[in-house]
Design a protein. Sequence first.
Length: 144
Amino acid sequence: MHSEHTSNISTSTVTLSNPAGLYDPAPNGYSHVAVVQLPARLVHIAGQGGEDAQGRLSPVFEDQVVQALANLQRALASVDAGLADVARVRVLVVDHDDRRLELLARQMRAYWGDAGAPTCTLIPVSRLALEGMLFEIEAEAYTR
């Protein structure tokens, strides 16, 4: 049964919500709707993979997810933004399956926590830009 309650989480610029009548996406680490209050500064973060500063990639999917999310945080911080400013992410997953979805959802919940995760589109792919790359995340953030 669907909840008749709409949940809202808001920063000064981005309001995330999950309308009544839609399933609860929180266990999967995202929200259904993001509303951005304009005027705002729009920040596009290119796809961040699981490589460290030396370009090394772990062969472990979850390690790459953790590193990519840390890389996303670094990119946001470089322009005085943070995870709470992110309205939308797109994730690309090589060899997507239920296990990888669960690992990704757990990390998304851990990184965004009670702030609520942004809207998300997951795109399964057969390969990414670098050999051995298993995960990539790009983001759109809005700040004042």
